[in-house]
Design a protein around this ligand. Structure first.
Ligand SMILES: [Zn+2]
Length: 408
């Protein structure tokens, strides 16, 4: 049945070989001359299909041009747009070798693992480039995305980072946490945006179901900030009654927050803050559970000054002095972002559990498998595909990327 469909598709494609007269513009300003009709074979969802199309040659560029290829979305590609989309989805969802087996079993599509890897990463790279171009246009004011029309009560912008294992060339000269002091990973920055409205019966904030969308970039805080802001505009930041940014204490997060969301409530994730407090307790009052409980109580209420005052009076062992200073600095610098009592009273979330879950599933679930080593470009492309899918934008992304698919 599939082979019959492939034959039919080939016949339909042959109806218009894309003859455009004796010569045409090669794309670089020269005239390319018609040479004849040439046949090429492409892989499609219906198997290999050969198609005959008009072929032109530019002497100045020494390249061939087949206008039909571009029309069909086949320029520089050996997979049809429809097959490329399927392969991208499979390769984004599971390791490439597993994707190969599933495509063969579920759809009778026989492709090599390497081809799946290349095609999925190429597709992801295009998806990511399109998202960055869109973000640039939004920032420049030349594009206004369709923001939600209804009220946006609270827009949460939650931010986190997670390490992606990379091939050695991506970490050359970078210092890391490994035993030899060398880096093994690069940081994927991930943003999760969601909206919240109202409180549940027990007075806790509620996340609007299905309202999460994700953006991610490897390393660059600047590019990440642009994508994040553009996504916030798309999610209605300009009409949101309030905006809350939640992250751990990382400096880059709060730099981005003040740049892009100056009016937002900044909240340091309570669980990160608690972990820092546990560590501080171990250093200055080991095995003093009551002391720690009292400090946790102060933290929970957002009484950071009281907490710091108590910590300031404790005798610190010399060996721990540097780390204790770092930890108290963390609380002092972030104090306004730790007013948990006030945040709760205002009906705000105080934890970044959503984005951390995102880091685990979106990034870790696909990129941190045993033995995996990524290039930065490859990792970014696969994460982009996964973000598009998790944001419910899979269909939209492909329509924007390949409008010719509809015509074809
Ligand atoms: Zn030319």
């Amino acid at each position: 049945m599939v082979r019959l469909g492939g034959g039919f598709l080939g016949a339909v494609l042959d109806l218009d070989p894309g003859y455009a007269g004796g010569s045409l513009d090669c794309g670089q300003g020269h005239r390319a001359r018609f040479v004849g009709y040439r046949t090429r074979t492409i892989d499609t969802v219906l198997g290999a299909v050969s198609l005959r199309r008009a072929y032109y040659h530019c002497r100045a560029c020494r390249t061939g041009v087949a206008p039909r290829d571009a029309e069909l979305g086949l320029a520089g590609a050996s997979l049809s747009p429809g097959l490329a989309r399927i392969v991208a989805r499979a390769g984004a969802g599971e390791p490439f070798a597993a994707a190969r087996r599933d495509l063969a079993e579920l759809a009778g599509l026989e492709l090599t693992t390497k081809r799946i890897e290349r095609a999925a990463e190429a597709a992801g790279t295009r998806v990511h480039a399109a998202a960055e171009a869109e973000a640039a246009a939004i920032l420049a004011g030349s594009l206004r995305p369709l923001a939600p029309t209804g009220p946006v009560e609270t827009l949460y912008v939650t931010i986190d980072g997670t390490g992606v294992p990379t091939v050695p060339k991506e970490t050359l000269g970078r210092r890391g946490k490994g035993p030899d002091g060398r880096a093994r990973t690069r940081e994927a920055k991930l943003g999760c945006l969601f909206t919240g409205s109202g409180l549940d019966a027990r007075g806790r904030p509620v996340r609007d179901p299905g309202s999460s969308s994700y953006v991610s970039v490897i390393e660059s805080a600047e590019r990440f900030g642009d994508l994040l802001y553009a996504e916030a505009v798309r999610r209605g930041v300009e009409r949101a009654a309030r905006v809350a940014v939640i992250g751990d204490g990382a400096r880059w997060i709060w730099g981005l927050a003040s740049e892009h969301f100056p009016g937002a409530v900044g909240i340091v994730d309570l669980y990160h803050a608690r972990e820092h407090l546990y560590e501080l307790g171990r250093l200055v009052r080991p095995d003093d559970r009551a002391w720690l409980e009292a400090r946790l109580g102060e933290l929970d209420g957002g009484a950071i000054e009281a907490l710091l005052a108590v910590v300031g009076e404790v005798a610190v062992p010399d060996a721990a002095a540097v780390r204790v200073a770092e930890l108290t600095g963390y609380f002092a610098n972030n104090r306004e972002r730790m007013r948990y009592g006030e945040f709760r009273a205002a009906g705000l979330f105080v934890g970044s559990g959503v984005v951390e879950a995102g880091c685990k599933t979106l990034v870790g679930g696909r990129l941190k498998g045993s033995g995996m080593r990524w290039t930065v470009k490859g990792a970014e492309s696969i994460i982009s595909l996964r973000c598009a899918e998790a944001s419910g934008r899979w269909e939209e992304v492909w329509l924007r990327l390949q409008p010719q698919t509809c015509a074809a």
